[in-house]
Write a protein that binds this ligand. Sequence first.
Ligand code: ATP
Length: 348
Amino acid sequence: MPRLNIKKHTICTLGSHCALQVLKGAKDEGFKTLLICKKTRQNLYQRFSFIDEIILVNEFNEMFNTTIKKIISRENLYIIPHGTLISDIKLSTLEKLQIPIFGNKHILKWESDRKLKQRLMEEAKLSTPKEIKNKKQIKNLSIVKLHGAAGGKGYFLAWNEKSFNIRCKKLIEKKIIKSEDDLYIQEYSVGVPVYFHFFYSPLKNDVELLGIDRRYESDIDGLGRIPATIQQNINLDPTYNVIGNSPLVLRESLLYDAYSMSERFVAATSRLVKPGIPGPFCLEGVYDNNGNFTVFEFSSRIVAGTNLFIDGSPYSTLLFNIPMSMGRRIARELKLGIKKNRLSELLT
Ligand code: ATP
């Protein structure tokens, strides 16, 4: 059998989000690495020796211009999608793209469409917050969200129709939304937020938990610094804009259910969105005081919270004898796919 020369294979991503983790992991597994980078960020990314090649662009959608497309269409090059690829490139463009993308690009549409997202979570028998179809039905504490992945920006709390109207009007005045139809109301799940980083390996037919984080959101997470008596007087309207992430470990007794949830989710994706969910995904939700988890969101690709664990996490250490980041785990799966001639199960 010919010896595998992994250096002939390239892992490519966009310079943003978790690019450093992805390309470091790729290099550690022996791949060549290529970064598509905005000119304004060149000074940052050129500092890292594990990036072999940088293509400079003004905007990321230039990656479809003839010259750049030719470079990235070369044989044995795989693109790793992350949050910036999804926010900066239209899903319809990605769907048509001939260059191999790691994971299932068709599931990204399910992540960005609230109805499809709900259908997938129900298929996986995940417990989810109740949707409130009309502002007149707001009876309990509710969270009001903008459509699409806004990273929590502009989200607000409402507890009745009046409180909804006041905050909705402010968003319209600031031209953040056009009308209240741009908002989605969901029951607020009381408890503590937890974000699970899973990896599904089709080649091993196994789900791995590689890390857990919690998000640090402004200004909801800063409220505890202001005494309640003062909060009442200063007309505070907290929102949920992600600023950073902190690591988390769960009570061990909760892990069994976490793994079951992830397995049901993987099975549901393979039924509803072929070929399922090869690679990283994140289940995001809230634990209540009985240890029950309500999932308010999933991400069907690598999330930025995995940047915490470039050197591995307490959970990846239980599974691997070397520091295993999510980026490296992706590269390792690709390497196995190349060795076993099963790449088609990992790419779309
Ligand atoms: P991203 O795409 O970055 O995950 P998003 O725009 O889809 O963000 P969500 O993850 O749905 O937004 O929500 C942002 C934040 O709002 C969460 O991190 C959490 O703190 C809070 N949140 C969302 N839904 C609920 C809920 N039902 N109950 C309690 N808190 C919630």
